[in-house]
Design a protein around this ligand. Structure first.
Ligand code: HEM
Length: 517
């Protein structure tokens, strides 16, 4: 190497070192005049299973805000903090983390994981127009259909109740939105069910360890050792695209009178999504994305979230027969025994409402909520929260700690006590925005009104028609229900046995009669 090259190389290295030194000093200075980060432990690995147990321990040690500096992650373990940050400062805390894995999984086309952007705003607006409170009565017929079918299955093969819960509301969105009969056995549904599990993993740190340890693997071909995650994620992305177009195209063909293989047997065959596309052709892409999100949401999230809530309800009723009886007495008193509850009855059934609220409080199907990412540096309670921070609202701790603050309203937080809502100053019919299981702020569950209706009606009609109790063994002894839950991102009861019988011959007849509707 010539002397001049050597000189320039040395000069470049010296300048580079100066730049690094300057940047480091600046960032330290920048930080020193700001406040300290919230307290928290140093952790090399995020807990993947039963994470909330670890978060609870940290909460006891560090308080309402726990900051994991190595992960730039903030865990909010009080409802007050979650509302302050995720709702009152929603302008800052409404982004999602779009990792390369999630991009590969087709995340940019899914509202729930899309980054906060104009595209998200457009997608969300179309979704909300369709599923807002004032518009959801158009889904009632499909909801009754679905839930009544579930009751009939419970009557015929009660021992398979878990299976029936899985099927519950699975066909709801295809029928209600596209006017199509796409059941749980349809090839498209099967594919969707498979890919959504991949999505759940992509959202959770620790699920793809090779990628997390060696992020550069994302740039390697999928045959490269350790790159199986790439194959899995690309397949996921392909199916998301398929769901975006296939049901929409069938519904459109059907609308145009070309294709009728999937024509709804019970419905008129009308398709709100096609009607919407006809009215607003300029929004066609957002409308398709809304359909895909709902389809995927209902095909799998519903399976997991609605399934989680309904099976948690059955579990709670088997464990608390007195509470079940009180709910049934209220239904007898208000509605009588010659018909099943309807949506119109809801406001007259405070105890049933309280049971529903308690199921959602004690058993949130997504205990850690979906992560919200901060879009700016922020200060809160004297602490510095950096831009890009992942904020996890720990729904389980939120409830427990919120209760600690309000002993009149929430005594015995670990207990299943619907009475707490009846005794509270607001009563059980608060806005569903106060059900934290549906999340917070601008990213709050966009399907919460239809989810809320579905879970409520299922609870009310099951209470009206059936008695739920622990199953018995061959000696007539009750089989214990351990009450265990899965410990992943989605949380639901592990399989258990239950004895489900019609409350009376009339109740059985009422259920059977729903087939003629
Ligand atoms: C019991 C059932 C359900 C529960 C417990 C639930 C819960 C949640 C939660 C916790 C979030 C994240 C909120 C946040 O980030 O703060 C969410 C988001 C979302 N949910 Fe639900 N959900 C349910 C059913 C549904 C259904 C049936 C649909 C579709 C029809 C749906 C559509 C969505 C969408 C689109 C988002 C993303 C919103 C966004 O990021 O802008 N959900 N849900």
């Amino acid at each position: 190497m010539s002397t001049s090259s050597l000189f320039f190389a040395s000069l470049s290295i010296a300048m580079l070192s100066l730049i690094v030194l300057f940047t480091r000093t600046r960032s330290r200075t920048r930080f020193s005049w700001k406040q300290s980060y919230p307290p928290g432990p140093r952790v090399a690995k995020m807990p993947t299973f039963d994470a909330w147990v670890k978060y609870r321990d940290w909460g006891n040690e560090y308080g309402d805000l726990i900051y994991l500096s190595e992960w730039n992650t903030l865990i909010t373990n009080s409802a007050e903090v979650a509302i302050d940050l995720l709702e009152k400062r929603a302008r800052i805390y409404s982004d999602r983390a779009m990792t390369p894995i999630m991009k590969l999984c087709g995340g940019e086309n899914l509202l729930s994981v899309e980054c906060y952007s104009d595209k998200w705003r457009r997608d969300r607006r179309v979704f909300q127009q369709t599923f807002r409170q004032a518009a959801i009565s158009r889904f009632y017929p499909a909801q009754y259909n679905n839930i009544h079918e579930f009751l009939r299955k419970l009557l015929v093969t009660p021992e398979d109740f878990m299976l029936h819960i899985n099927g519950l509301s699975q066909g709801l969105i295809p029928k209600a939105l596209y006017g199509l009969d796409i059941g749980s056995e349809d090839a498209l549904t099967t594919k969707v069910v498979e890919i959504i599990d991949t999505f759940g993993k992509a959202l959770l740190s620790g699920s793809f360890p090779t990628y997390e340890w060696f992020p550069f693997l994302i740039y390697m071909p999928s045959w490269f050792p350790g790159c199986t995650f790439k194959r899995v994620a690309s397949e996921c992305g392909r199916v998301v695209k398929e769901v975006n177009t296939v049901p929409f195209d069938i519904a459109m063909d059907h609308f145009l009178g070309i294709f009728s293989h999937h024509l709804s047997q019970n419905g008129t065959g009308t398709s709100p999504i096609v009607e919407l596309a006809m009215q607003k052709p300029q929004d066609i892409e957002e409308i398709k994305a809304m359909g895909a999100m709902s389809f995927i949401g209902k095909a799998r999230f519903a399976l997991l979230l609605t399934m989680s809530s309904v099976s948690s309800f059955i579990l709670a009723m088997c464990l608390h027969p007195n509470i079940q009886l009180k709910g049934q007495e209220e239904i007898n008193r208000v509605i009588g025994q010659d018909r099943l509850p309807t949506f119109e009855d809801r406001r007259y059934l405070p105890y049933v409402e309280a049971i529903y609220r308690e199921v959602m409080r004690l058993y949130p199907p997504v205990p850690l909520g979906f992560p919200h990412i901060s879009m700016e540096d922020d200060f809160y309670r004297g602490h510095f929260i950096p831009k890009g921070c992942t904020t996890l609202p720990d729904l389980r701790l939120n409830h427990l700690r919120a209760m600690n603050r309000n002993p009149n309203m929430y005594t015995d937080p670990d207990q299943f006590l619907p009475e707490r809502y009846l005794e509270s100053s607001t009563g059980p019919f608060e806005s569903i925005d106060n059900i934290y299981a549906y999340g917070f702020g601008r990213r709050v569950c966009a399907g919460r009104h239809i989810a809320d209706n579905t879970v409520w009606l299922t609870i009310a009609t099951v209470l009206a028609a059936f008695t739920l109790s622990k199953a018995k063994d061959e000696n007539g002894d009750e089989i214990d229900i351990p009450g265990e839950f899965t410990n992943h991102f989605f949380r639901h009861p592990k399989p258990f046995q239950s004895n489900i019988t019609p409350r009376s011959p009339i109740a059985g007849d009422l259920v059977l009669a729903t087939a003629d509707e």
